[in-house]
Every structure is written in structure tokens, then in C-alpha cells.
Design a binder for this molecule. Sequence first.
Ligand code: NDP
Length: 479
Amino acid sequence: MNIQNYINGNFHNPIKDNWLDNYNPSNGEIYSQIPNSSKEDVENAYIAAKAAFPGWSQTTLDERSRIMLKVSELIEANLDKLAEAESKDNGKPVWLAKAVDIPRASSNFRFFSNAITQFASESHESVGQQAINYTLRQPIGVVGCISPWNLPLYLFTWKIAPAIAAGNCVVAKPSEVTPMTAYLLGEICNEAGLPKGVLNIVHGLGTSTGQAIVEHSDIKAISFTGGTATGAHIARTAAPMFKKLSLELGGKNPNIIFADCDYEEMLKTTVRSSFANQGQICLCGSRIFVEESIYDQFKTDFVQRVKNMKVGHPSDEKTKVGALVSKQHLEKVLSYIDIAKEEGGKVLYGGKQLIIDGYENGYYMKPTIIEVKTDECRVNQEEIFGPVVTIMPFSNEDEVLQMANKVKYGLSATLWTNDLKRTMRMTNQLQAGIVWVNTWLMRDLRTPFGGVKDSGVGREGGFEALRFFTETKNVCIKY
Ligand code: NDP
């Protein structure tokens, strides 16, 4: 089966007829071909978006909202098909895609279909000067959206929905590793009546297709989610063209556990925050710090729970940990186990590839817990982005705060305690864009989402996203 580019409401082969193989991580087999799009394909997508912009930017909010709601409903109606496609592309359990990825993609469209009807701008009366200022927030024009492979449709729609809600037209590229649900979204947009050219999806490699989007002189804003090194490269390319940039990058998030927490709730959630989606979520708490007095108990209980997690084929409902996204990624994650050992880390559980009967060529590995001697080792400092966590004890608040902040990343942090004063002290000082206390990954789409330090620039979510996707213009009228 061939995936095609979605340009101006139609499906096209790449102009140069170059194709890439698309693998199913659960069995290592090639199951489709995707366009290896060139600059010319990106240009065609841009031309379609540019042509659609005058009409779409003048479409009433009611009408935009109605169409977006229809997209949301159609995503929901296609839940099973989309979840199976996501799982086949990414290796995640089908039940997870059904419970999280696809419902969230639908919510993204529903949320921004509402948010745009509530998005207001300011006015300032210049008292005593007989003048009034009002601020317009106008769509930018053609914008670029580039997303990663870990939560494919979820993150793709998280960018596209606010971009088009605000009246822009989009040239978008999903990860080349997980293109299928983005391809299916094209059909859904046509069925929902999204005008031709409002959304254009080009498939291909980041370094060529993605690069062509970022380099395009008239694509004025880029919303990117992916690795920190890619983000830095995009920033270097876009800066001389003064593009607006939203960069959601890597993380190495601390999970800080104090003895006074609700232990059972913490344990259950920590298993999830460590290994959900095979640990391939930028928000996973991959550095676990546990207060000394409960460290041994935690270690025993945590290892026991993780041992019980079934690693298996994504279609098996009992599977808790599916396949990693690609062979290359599995190799990268496994290489960190060797690094951990060289650094004196102790593998308490896992640390190995797993061969599953019937799916011998799939990319499976056991969830892995590494006890580290120091927070400064590489496995504790570098983003692994797989089912690998480190654990170590701490003796007091100052010590753990220092260790939590001593990485280059600052995306999220999780804190487990029932002490209110400590909560206030810690949440104020943790260097992160998002802090969860006594929970993890609880999301309200109105809240700002993003990181500090090398985890990115800008915030997504709620009105922050609509502000990003609009240009601000102040008008001053003297009367
Ligand atoms: P990459 O940075 O490799 O890729 C992200 C996207 O950018 C892909 O579509 C990729 O295409 C594309 N790309 C690569 N190079 C360029 C380029 N030069 N110009 C334009 N686009 C390019 O990230 P991964 O896909 O490996 O995703 C994992 C990373 O994403 C992790 O670091 C993770 O932390 C981060 N992430 C951050 C989140 C956040 O909200 N902060 C959420 C989820 C993930 P292709 O795949 O075809 O190479």
C-alpha cells in the first residue's frame, strides 16, 4: 500500500517518484511505502495553502468551528481504524491508542473549535487623550507544523487544530516513521468539508522535506515538536528569516518521591509515568529520586510491579509494553544499558532485548530499572526516550532539588508529597514548564504546555497556541 501526499484536498504521489519504506515495529516487516517528498512537493503544498488563505481567514468563526467539530466527530467515529493504524506504525498497544491517542486527537479539534469562539483581544482607552487602542490578532498566513513519532496523531493535531482555528493554512509533516494516521486524516478533513488547501500534508524525511518547510521564505511560523538537536538546527535555519518559532523539545524529567506520599497511588502512577507508551513520552519521569527512609521498600515494590508488566504484541489486550518504534531506536536505547553498566549503574530489572514468539523480528525490550550511584552519570543526564528509568535515594529537600535541576532539560517534573509547605517550596524552585503534584500527565487543554532550558521555547495549549498562530497588531484611533 502506498501513502500519498495530501495537497489541495487531493492525494498525490511525490513528483520525483521517490519512496521510503514504512516498517511495522511489531514484526519488523515493511508494510507500506511513503513519499520521500522533495522541495517541489513542499512548494505545491505551499501554493495550495497560499491560495486557500484569503477564503479561510475570512471564514466566520461559526463556520470554522463547525467544520472543526465535524473533523473531531469523524476522528471519533473512526476510532478503531485509526487506533489500529497508529499501533501498526508505532508499535504501541492498540488499547492504548484507543484509550489515549485517538480520543485526544479528537479532543484537540473539539477543544480548538470552541476556543476560537472564546478568543478575545484587548482594548485600551487612552484616558484624557481622546484615543482608543484595540489589538487585533490576525492569522499569519501559511504556517508549518512538524511533529514526532511517539504520539503521532495526538501531536500532529495538537498543532494543526489551533493553526487552522486561528485562520491560517498549513503545510504539515508527520514523522516519516509514523505517517499513517496523518494520511488518514486527509480523508477525514475532506469528508468534514474542510476547504481545499487549508491543510496540506507532505510526507518524507526531516532532513529534506522538513527542512524545505522550515527554509521556505513565505512559511512564516513553524511549530515543531521533536528532539533538542533538531530544534536547535531549525532555530538556526529560521532565525535569519525572523520566523515565529514554537519548539517543544526533549525532556529528562525528575519523579521526586517523599516518604509522606500516598504510597500505593504513587507506586501505581510511577509504573505508568516510567513505562507508558514504552517510555517514549517526552513527559515520562525517567529519573526517579526516592527519600532514603522508603528507598529499599520502594525498590522492592517497584521491581515487583515492573516484572508483572507484560511485554508483547500490540494487539494483545494484556500487553502493557509494546514494541519500540524502530530498529534504530531500539539499538540506541539498548546502547544506554551498556553505558549504564560502564558507569557503575546496577540493572535491577530488564536491560535486554526481548524476542517474542511469532514476532521474532519485532523491536521489543524489557522495561528497565537502573540503580545509579550518582545523578551526574550519562544515563541520568541524557534523554534515552525508551523504557528505561534510573533510581537513586536522596536525604533531604535541598539535595533532591539540586539534582532535579542539574540537567540541561526542563520540561516537566513530578512531586509526591502531602506536605503543603514543601509542595510550595519545591514547585516554586523546580526548573520545569509543567509540574505535577501527586499525579502525572493529568491534562487540561486550556493550560500552557512547554518547557524551559533545552526543552524548548514557547508554550502550546489553550489561548497560548492561538496567540502563537496569530500576529498581534495594535490600532490607535484618536477621536
Ligand atoms: P526528531 O527531532 O528526530 O524529529 C521530529 C520531527 O522533525 C520529525 O517529523 C522529523 O522528521 C522532523 N525533522 C528532522 N529533522 C528536521 C529538519 N532538519 N527540519 C525539519 N524537520 C526535521 O524527533 P523524534 O521524531 O525522534 O521524536 C523524539 C523527540 O521528540 C524526543 O526528543 C522527545 O523528547 C521529543 N518530544 C517532545 C515533546 C514535547 O512536547 N516537548 C513531545 C514528544 C516528543 P523524520 O521523522 O522524518 O526524521
